[in-house]
Ligand binder design. Structure first.
Ligand code: GDP
Length: 295
């Protein structure tokens, strides 16, 4: 396991061989290699720095286990720390005792937010939960049509009021509609812009205030790498997220954005998108992601 990193660590762990303990002196080269590996996996620089400090703390003083290759022992420490930082286990979607559970989808345009809304609805439907999707992106009429088409495809109703209505009203009425229909989860798709923009944030905050979501999920394109960190920080500070969905994990990214999103927001990544099809959604597992980041 982790052959690429193991290879890079080869020289570094020669220093550990024959030592009884991992110390500040003999670990620096190994930490440098881990730092390089994480940057190559697109983890944000500041996030890498914090993480390396955690690893150093976890590793210092550890006895070098005899019979075990010290490099492998060190990789295990890094791996365990990655899993720990990413939350140990999968965190499911919020559920509430009184229906409907409200899930607010946030993120930039093109990240896969609308697709993720439909993916989640299908995922929940397969668990015998009923859903309503709400289209509040009035700025791109194509976005409303896209959600309607996806709704037809997965047989989930869509609430919309066209592109003349106010997004906050649409969201509020969508939740009322969900109560009327007796569905247990309402998923609210929101407008995204190409870049973070003040009016988008204000509108999102108003929608959030109006519908009091149980889950506010930031949709992050895993291919954006370093940028994922700034995006998460801004959305978390201004809106307050309770989780994230990392899309486009079927691309050639190693998934470093996962570590950035989790460390910066402290909120769990709940799902990953692994393709364009509506079925291409998987629960997020920190151990699998740790393996991918280190490989
Ligand atoms: P939105 O503007 O954030 O609502 O983004 P869309 O849902 O319209 O998705 C933008 C593009 O990304 C579309 O071409 C989607 O098919 C594609 N997409 C969404 N999720 C994934 C994913 O997990 N993997 C891949 N490869 N493409 C995705």
């Amino acid at each position: 396991m982790f052959d690429a990193l193991a290879e890079r660590l080869e020289d570094a762990w020669k220093k550990l061989r024959g030592q009884d303990k991992i110390t500040e002196n003999n670990i620096q080269d190994a930490l440098t290699e881990v730092r390089r590996a994480l940057l190559a996996a697109d983890v944000n620089l500041q996030v890498v720095k914090n993480f390396i400090a955690d690893v150093e703390k976890a590793a210092l003083g550890a006895e070098v286990i005899s019979g075990v290759n010290p490099g492998q022992q060190f990789i295990k420490i890094v791996y365990d720390e990655l899993v720990k930082v990413m939350g140990e286990s999968n965190v499911p979607l919020a559920t509430t005792a009184t229906a409907p559970t409200v899930i607010l989808m946030a993120g930039l345009q093109g990240t896969g937010k609308t697709t993720a809304t439909a993916k989640l609805a299908l995922y929940l439907r397969k668990q015998k939960r009923s859903c309503l999707m709400v289209a509040t992106d009035i700025y791109r009429p194509a976005a409303i049509d896209q959600l309607i088409t996806l709704g037809q495809q997965i047989e989930v109703p869509v609430f919309e009021l066209g592109s003349e209505a106010n997004p906050v009203d649409i969201a509020r009425q969508g939740v009322e509609k969900a109560k009327e229909l007796g569905v247990d989860t309402v998923l609210i798709d929101t407008a995204g812009r190409l870049q973070i923009d003040e009016s988008m944030m204000v509108e999102l905050a108003r929608i959030k205030e109006a519908v009091k979501p149980d889950d506010t999920l930031l949709v992050v394109d895993a291919m954006t790498g370093q940028e994922a960190a700034n995006l998460t920080r801004t959305f978390h500070e201004q809106i307050g997220i309770t989780g994230a969905i990392l899309t486009k994990m079927d691309g050639d990214t190693r998934g470093g954005a996962a570590l950035s999103v989790r460390q910066i927001s402290g909120q769990p990544i709940k799902f990953i998108g692994v393709g364009e099809k509506v079925e291409a959604l998987q629960p997020f597992y920190p151990d699998r992601m740790a393996s991918r980041i280190l490989n």
